[in-house]
Design a protein around this ligand. Sequence first.
Ligand code: ADP
Length: 179
Amino acid sequence: MTAGATVWLTGLPSAGKTTIARALAARLEADGRRVEVLDGDEIREFLSAGLGFSREDRHTNVQRIGFVAELLASHGVLVLVPVIAPYADSREAVRGRHKAQGTGFVEVHVATPVDVCSVRDVKGLYARQAAGELTGLTGVDDPYEVPETPDLRIETHGSTVEESAAAVHALLAERGLTI
Ligand code: ADP
């Protein structure tokens, strides 16, 4: 059986994390791979219900997702995680847990600049922040700690979704994680 792994797509809101994860999942499934996408909004509705957006709650959210991802990955699933994960120490803790369990972990920084994200504004968050209806938006008035040494950094502006998904697919192939 091909080994599982967690592929964490970190980046600002509207960077393209979810879109890339869905396109990549379709490709991997077509390859015959077992794939799970852990959607951030779904997780907040169930696994992390009650958590907010303070530093502590964001950390807890990321640790819970990391825990579930590692469990699935340890059973041969490729787990795609399109979740902001703004703090470096949270991401490092997840990487450390995977390492301790001997499970693969790949960090992909979806490095779309904030001015591009705020124009895309898929969920209307940037507009709400600008209108004073929301505070604590990652990359605007809440921190985003840019990954210093991600396994892969993708610039989505000027690339198609398929090109971005292909870049991650190529890295997974290099690591022997595709069929
Ligand atoms: P996130 O999950 O990071 O909040 P989404 O994936 O929901 O962001 O939204 C990203 C938006 O950017 C989508 O509307 C998507 O079609 C668009 N987009 C444009 N180019 C790309 C690309 N190369 N990769 C991913 N998304 C892209």
